[in-house]
Design a protein around this ligand. Structure first.
Ligand SMILES: [Zn+2]
Length: 205
């Protein structure tokens, strides 16, 4: 794409830096934005500036939140004896959507991936161990996708959690191997939480 304006090109480059967006699509979106009022554009850019500046990771579970402690952790109607460990906020949203789970979460912020240089210390794991060592958790559900990195992460967590928790479980595999939790349909995901199985049983699969 040969763009005849440096200003236009800069904006297109920014949009095209997002995953899954090519230059043509970026150009179409930027031209659309250009039609909007200056107030609209300000609102648009301001929402990202505010997001980046003000959003927190919940100090208990690591979930994204507008507050120091997220709405799920501060909800005392939820079952404090259950912690479901997930990769990121999209998994929390997917599981919440099923309306089948009333416990708490712990958000790792990624999974162990030596290829990408991500080790256990890069993730929100130490907090999890402290949480189960000092808290009221009776069961930890490991809800991480069954890719190679996911399985490595799950097994690592299992070994680390074993001394602290009474029960460690994992989702039942209505989920196909490698399914992203967020793309699984609600019914299947809901069922796989309700029918979760002891983690050590899943090892002999
Ligand atoms: Zn939280």
């Amino acid at each position: 794409v040969n763009i005849p304006s440096k200003l236009l090109e800069n904006a297109v480059e920014q949009i095209a830096s997002l995953p899954g967006i090519g230059k043509k699509t970026a150009l179409r979106l930027v031209l659309h934005l250009l039609e909007r009022s200056p107030q609209d554009i300000h609102k648009f850019s301001d929402s990202f500036t505010q997001l980046k500046a003000l959003i927190n990771h919940c100090k208990v579970c690591g979930n994204l939140s507008d507050f120091e402690v997220c709405a799920i952790c501060s909800d005392n109607r939820r079952d404090q004896s259950l912690i479901c460990v997930v990769e990121d906020i999209r998994d929390v949203m997917a599981i919440e959507q099923t309306q089948q789970y009333k416990g708490l979460y712990h958000v790792l912020g990624g999974i162990i991936s030596p290829m990408d240089g991500i080790g256990p210390t890069d993730l929100n794991i130490e907090n999890l161990l402290q949480r189960v060592a000092s808290g009221s958790a009776k069961e930890v559900i490991i809800a991480i996708k069954a890719t190679m990195e996911g399985e490595t992460t799950s097994f690592y967590l299992y070994r680390k959690l074993e001394p602290y928790v009474v029960s460690i479980s994992t989702l039942s595999r209505g989920l196909a191997v490698g399914d992203e939790l967020e793309y699984t349909d609600e019914v299947t995901l809901g069922r796989s939480i309700l029918q979760r199985q002891p983690f050590d049983k899943s090892l002999s699969r």
